[in-house]
Ligand binder design. Structure first.
Ligand code: PMP
Length: 459
């Protein structure tokens, strides 16, 4: 059989993830073939600034040779080993030690997986295990937030507040998954309500949910410091300060999902630091290896670790693990990534360029299509509206977000439309000059989409 051309083979055989499959069938896919710094090129030779760092993840851009060397060296030394049955290897031990050293206070123990979904899935399993071992088998419900995103396994898609990832998949899996409102102040704040008042209302809603369900049935609250897949939504002022005492009062664990925010995205090492969160568990992935290898980590406190020891005694073993969890090549790449972050002061760099990024995108508040721009560090969301004065959204059929995304791609810029919210999370190495270029291309895309929407009568 002769192989098809690349695009024909893609259409014939490749099921794309999180994709409008009809549109893919009509238009095919953009296939990326190489990268350099913050830029990527497709197979047709078109160049793009990758303002999403792939999926909020390629923190060191697309050509960091030191990471390739770290993987190569580790493959030659020990290409694979596991951490089952009292065995292990140096890269995973050194990485666990390093993560415990830089983690928020009290998170001393580390479990490795391959993806953000698996890290959150493991967190869910451990929470249930912990409450069984500590004699509270009724304390099992988990609270997520509408538009929150924690992954795509059966449990994590149930916890996420993304209806299209549940419909027809027979999810949520059980009635253990509860959701509170989306904390998007711009969209859901009431007229005359301050940000602090909005946060107080969100906290009161949580308190009411706990009262209704019974605190003794609720095990944990999961939150991304900044909601990524929900549309790059920064929490309103005072949000976590109000939420945390309520959780504490009912002995409900706080899980910080740092899969996007971890390792400098918000201008601190952890989003938890940026927002004063004191998590009992923390999950991270993506920027842990700059995404050059698939790896995630779940960090837990002594209190939870003690329950794992107790359960292991009771059951004869701690019955959880993945073949590739803590893969030595991925751990070696993670160690090199963390070394590069420190040597090049990536955190300092994020803080230095963040004003140019936030002010550059902030200019678009004046644009007729834009209702709100919000962000922190090097993550931002631009919310499109049909009417700035009333904040009226576009009808879904106008596909305004998608139009902007497509027009940006024509202008050489990869951004992500989440409904009518346009997300930006460029590689952390982006320079001020590249931010300027990113904003110029965004203006071209936004203006072109605006003209198109006007022509179609959506405005
Ligand atoms: N949590 C958050 C906050 C995420 O943004 C994502 C992925 N975008 C995940 C979990 C799931 O990670 P993965 O796709 O690696 O399974």
């Amino acid at each position: 059989m002769r192989p098809n051309s690349l695009h024909a083979a893609d259409l014939a055989h490749m099921v794309h993830q999180q994709t409008d499959l009809d549109a893919h069938g009509r238009e095919g896919a953009v296939l990326i073939s190489r990268g350099e710094g913050v830029r990527v090129w497709d197979t047709e030779g078109r160049e793009y600034i990758e303002a999403m760092a792939g999926l909020w993840c390629a923190s060191l851009g697309f050509s960091e040779r030191r990471l390739a060397k770290a993987a190569h060296d580790q493959m030659l030394a020990l290409p694979y080993y596991h951490t089952f049955f009292q065995k292990g290897h140096e890269p995973s031990v050194r990485l666990a030690e390093k993560l415990a050293a830089i983690a928020p206070e009290g998170l001393e123990h580390v479990l490795f997986q391959c993806s953000g979904s698996e890290a959150n899935d493991a967190a869910i399993k451990l929470i249930w295990y912990y409450n069984n071992v500590t004699g509270r088998p009724q304390k099992k419900k988990l609270i997520g937030r509408i538009r929150g995103y924690h992954g795509n396994t059966v449990a994590t898609a149930s916890l996420s507040g993304q209806p299209h990832m549940q419909a027809d998949f027979d999810l949520p899996l059980t009635d253990r998954f509860l959701h509170v409102s989306n904390p998007n102040y711009y969209r859901f704040g009431e007229t005359g309500e301050s940000e602090e008042q909005f946060s107080a209302r969100m906290a009161a809603e949580l308190e009411a949910l706990i009262a209704r369900e019974g605190g003794e049935t609720i095990a944990a609250f999961f939150a991304e410091p900044v909601q990524g897949g929900g549309g790059a939504i920064t929490p309103p002022r005072g949000y976590f300060d109000r939420i945390q005492p309520i959780l504490k009062k009912h002995d409900i664990l706080l899980v910080a999902d740092e899969v996007i925010c971890g390792f400098g995205r918000t201008g601190h090492l952890w989003g938890s630091e940026t927002y004063g969160m004191r998590p009992d568990m923390l999950t991270c992935a993506k920027q842990l290896t700059a995404s050059y290898q698939p790896l995630s980590a779940l960090l837990i406190s002594d209190r939870i670790h003690a329950a794992l020891l107790e359960g292991s005694r009771r059951n004869g073993s701690f019955g959880h693990g993945f073949t590739y969890g803590g893969h030595p090549v991925a751990c070696a790449v993670a160690l090199e990534t963390l070394a590069i972050y420190e040597e090049r002061d990536i955190l300092g760099h994020v803080r230095r360029v963040s004003p140019a990024f936030l002010e550059g995108l902030g200019q678009f508040r004046e644009h007729p299509l834009v209702g709100d721009v919000r962000g922190v560090g090097l993550i931002a969301g631009v919310e499109l509206v049909a009417d700035k004065a009333t904040k009226a959204p576009f009808p879904a059929a106008a596909k305004a977000g998608l139009k902007v995304q497509e027009a940006c791609e024509k202008a050489g810029l990869i951004v992500r439309a989440i409904g009518d919210r346009i997300a930006f999370t460029p590689p952390l190495i982006i320079t001020e000059a590249e931010i300027g270029e990113m904003c110029a291309r965004f203006r071209a895309g936004l203006d072109a989409a605006w003209a198109g929407l006007r022509d179609k009568g959506a405005l």
